[in-house]
Design a protein around this ligand. Structure first.
Ligand code: NAP
Ligand code: ZN
Length: 363
């Protein structure tokens, strides 16, 4: 018996359908991937919907020099599905339950970050795709697939009133915008700006509105004005218009920047009031140039934020359940994923693609 056979037998695995990219310029095509057989603490999930995040596009096209893509790459970290099997030690889920998985599937569980509920910063975190797979070797494969096996601790409950296709994007776009707003104390007394009305941005508007804030959307797209107001914005600013921008100088408590490409951050820093903060969630590869003087004046700060921990993700889902918040989605079959990527790169989606994974079964 070879070592490979032994290790395969020891861990146990099965094959499942997926869509993968084989290099930075290739389309996503049907591909078969291995998943581990569920262990005693694992939950086996049949994937029903998976959102398409702009990070999927960055990663598939290998646009991040700090996180090189390992091919073949199966993206997808906005996963909602049905539990089909559970291990003997699983207590929170049973077959038939709806369940969700976001950007994280594993961490060491005992470092400072994990103990603080910030698993996303654990030095041994495993992301849902493009991370070393500690069980099977190779890299992890994401949600553009039929099924996934995840440790119970990283599986979330989906409130029963939420539409599943619209709930999927909460697992990344939702938590990525909710977490910094909670961290920076967004509430009914705060004036909050949201820059970029895309997948993240539109969730930020709904969540900030749900938290009671006065919400101002900054968009480059004049045709998104009505949508922004419908989604919960109190005001909309066309960011290419200096007069409209100028009216808000020095007035914001908090601004969340969710733009996917490089742009002038200083235009937003000057809109912050004393001790105001701008948090960057968008992740273009090119560094930003920041005006120091703009930060010194009024003791403003700039920070970043990366998704959120597991407990906070559940808190966000429960908040969305209570306030009936889901993403505005365009549901597509997996066969249209490449078209969706082209459209996403042009900003042509209102406001998230959600893949109906039933379409993969007929592949
Ligand atoms: P998206 O749906 O493509 O939205 C991006 C928005 O940015 C667009 O809708 C557009 O809004 C605005 N925009 C695009 N090009 C612009 C330009 N040249 N100048 C100004 N604004 C522009 O993307 P997404 O899925 O929301 O993701 C946004 C970014 O967040 C991506 O970089 C993604 O990788 C990152 N991300 C980070 C985290 C994290 O944990 N930090 C998590 C998920 C995603 P308007 O039309 O309104 O101007
Ligand atoms: Zn994402």
């Amino acid at each position: 018996m070879t070592t490979t056979q032994f290790s395969t037998e020891l861990r146990g695995q099965y094959k499942t359908k997926a869509y993968a990219a084989s290099n930075a310029t290739s389309p996503l095509v049907p591909f078969t991937i291995p998943r581990r057989n569920p262990g005693e603490r694992d939950v086996h999930i049949e994937i029903l919907f998976c959102g398409i995040c702009h990070s999927d596009l960055h990663q598939v096209r290998n646009e991040w020099s700090s996180v090189p893509t390992v091919y073949p790459c199966v993206p997808g970290h906005e996963i909602v599905g049905r539990v089909t099997k559970v291990g003997s030690a699983v207590t929170k889920f049973k077959p038939g339950d709806y369940a969700a998985v976001g950007c994280l599937v594993e961490s060491d569980g005992n470092c400072t970050e994990c103990r603080a509920g910030l698993e996303q910063f654990c030095p041994h975190v495993t992301f849902t795709y493009n991370s070393p797979d500690v069980h099977l070797g190779g890299v992890t494969y994401g949600g553009y697939s039929d099924s996934i096996v995840v440790k119970e601790d990283f599986v979330l409950r989906v409130p029963s009133n939420l539409n599943l296709a619209g709930a999927a994007p909460l697992l990344c776009a939702g938590i990525t915008t909710y977490s910094p707003m909670r961290h920076w104390g967004v509430n009914k007394d705060k004036k909050v700006g949201v820059v970029g009305l895309g997948g993240l941005g539109h969730m930020a508007v709904k969540l900030a509105h749900g938290l009671g804030a006065h919400v101002v959307v900054f968009t480059t797209s004049t045709n998104k004005k009505e949508d922004a107001l419908r989604l919960g914005a109190d005001e909309v600013v066309i960011s290419r218009d200096p007069d409209q921008m100028h009216k808000h100088v020095g007035s914001f408590d908090f601004i969340l920047d969710a733009v996917s490409t490089e742009h002038d951050i200083n235009a937003y820093i000057q809109l912050l009031g004393r001790d105001g903060n701008i948090t960057i969630t968008g992740s273009p590869n090119k560094p930003y140039a920041i005006s120091a003087v703009n930060l010194l004046i009024k003791r403003r700060s700039i920070s970043g934020s990366l998704i959120g921990g597991i407990a906070e993700t559940q808190e966000m889902l429960d908040f969305c359940g209570k306030n009936n918040i889901t993403a505005d989605v365009e549901i597509i079959p997996i066969q249209k994923v490449n078209e969706a990527y082209d459209r996403l790169s042009k900003g042509d989606v209102k406001y998230r693609f959600s893949i109906d994974m039933a379409s993969l079964k007929s592949q």
